[in-house]
Design a protein around this ligand. Structure first.
Ligand code: PLP
Length: 408
């Protein structure tokens, strides 16, 4: 399949890809874990510290105005990228994990009561399980788990049947980090709303691969991380519907999130600042904006087509390796190839392919219940990004054969 992506040009933007590991060229296939950063992001962060650094919103001096402007420009970039109705509904967080914790700890505590239900699925990441378990335990609510089939697809009819009058919120992974499955989130949002249920979409793994249109999707909350889409670590965004964000109590408190403080009464700042207590990762946020600029300059659709080609090629070639079983064979997948190899442990494979310069992830991928569902303790996972090539897939497959020859 030919794509409109000039991979050589893309690769030239990423200094780290020139590296050698164990005296071999680096083949970085751990992108679902975190992506590498293009020059534009690295330079933006450096420029912030070299020429713009000051604290936000708090001073009238020149640098503070520049820093505030840069920070707010990034918010507008994120809002536009996601087609959010208003940039004030984009809250900067430490990442997707913090976004989900924020919703569970504020909206959840305020709206979930004894006997209520929270609908999740078998393929959730721990960060979309544990915050809900905490609020469920505190309130005497119940976690309900929707099943998936052996290909790793959500059983949508079962999911719908599990929506009850007590289901206050459903929280669903958009693209599975461990399987690659793309969930039909728009359909799920419609079903949840028809039941009077709020819905959060965990977009950690969809943001880098699929066009997300928040106005079209109509989810109540959407969370994502900058580092999964070529941006800084420790930065993410939470989108929420205005009326919900307005009603929710603050998550953390302190500077910036207040309108006025007195000993007898403190009032909250307007959106989004009500949820942004303290000094944020300003350089990182501006880097998030630069990452979006980079993706837009290459074209998200071009990236998605290129990754689909790599995934199809790798899926075909991995079948040459004896004893490999793919975990996650959904019809609709993005960028992730998870597998186990009979008579070997994923960690041993991970170490051996690393000696060949190939970086993959091995482990439970923060999805222990999902691993149990498939009867495996862990998997190996290769995940693709804009800068990967078919030649790298070939090196990866050879490294797997090398590992197999030594282990079996
Ligand atoms: N949700 C999914 C599906 C993920 O893959 C991840 C990270 O791997 C997260 C949430 C958590 O993201 P972060 O660690 O950036 O907060």
């Amino acid at each position: 399949m030919s794509t409109h992506l000039d991979v050589a040009k893309v690769r030239a933007d990423f200094p780290i890809l020139e590296m050698r590991v164990h005296n071999k060229p680096l083949v970085y296939l751990d992108n679902a874990n975190t992506t590498q950063k293009p020059r534009g992001v690295i330079e933006r962060t450096r420029e912030f510290y070299e020429a713009e650094n000051a604290n936000l919103h708090r001073a009238t001096h020149y640098l503070s105005e520049v820093a505030t402007r840069r920070y707010e420009e990034a918010r507008i970039k994120v809002a536009n990228f996601l087609n959010a109705p208003d940039s004030h509904q984009i809250i900067f967080t430490r990442g997707c994990t913090e976004g989900i914790n924020l919703v569970a700890a504020t909206w959840g505590r305020q709206n979930i009561s004894e006997g209520d239900e929270i609908l999740l699925s078998e393929m959730e990441h721990h960060s979309n399980i544990v915050p809900w378990q905490i609020v469920a335990k505190e309130k005497g609510a119940k976690i309900v788990v929707a099943p998936i089939n052996d290909r790793g697809e959500l059983l949508v009819e079962e999911w719908q049947k599990l929506l009850s009058p007590r289901t206050k919120i459903a929280s669903i992974i958009h693209v599975s980090n461990a399987l690659g499955t793309v969930n039909p989130v728009k359909e799920l949002v419609g079903m949840a709303h028809a039941n009077g249920t709020k819905i959060l979409v965990d977009g950690a793994q969809s943001l880098p691969h699929l066009r997300v249109d928040l106005q079209d999707l109509d989810a109540d909350f959407f969370t994502c991380s900058s580092h999964k889409i070529y941006g800084a670590t420790g930065v993410g965004a939470l989108y929420g519907k205005r009326e919900l964000l307005e009603e929710m109590p603050p998550y953390q408190s302190g500077g910036d999130m207040i309108s006025s403080v007195s000993w007898s009464n403190t009032t909250w700042n307007e959106l989004p600042y009500k949820f942004e207590a303290g000094t944020p990762n300003m350089a990182g946020v501006t880097g998030f904006g630069a990452a979006i600029d980079w993706v837009e300059s290459v074209g998200l659709d071009n990236i998605a087509a290129h990754e689909a080609d790599l995934l199809a090629y790798a899926t075909e070639r991995i079948r040459e390796v004896e004893g490999v079983r793919i975990i996650g064979e959904a019809k609709h997948k993005a960028s992730v190839l998870s597998f186990v190899m009979e008579d070997t442990h994923p960690n041993d494979i991970g170490h051996l392919v690393d000696t060949q310069g190939v970086a993959i992830r091995t482990g439970h991928h923060c999805a222990e219940p999902l691993m149990r569902r498939f009867g495996v303790p862990a998997t190996c996972r290769a995940s693709f990004a804009a800068y990967n090539t078919r030649e790298e897939v070939d090196i990866f497959i050879n490294s797997l054969k090398f590992a197999r020859d030594l282990l079996v």
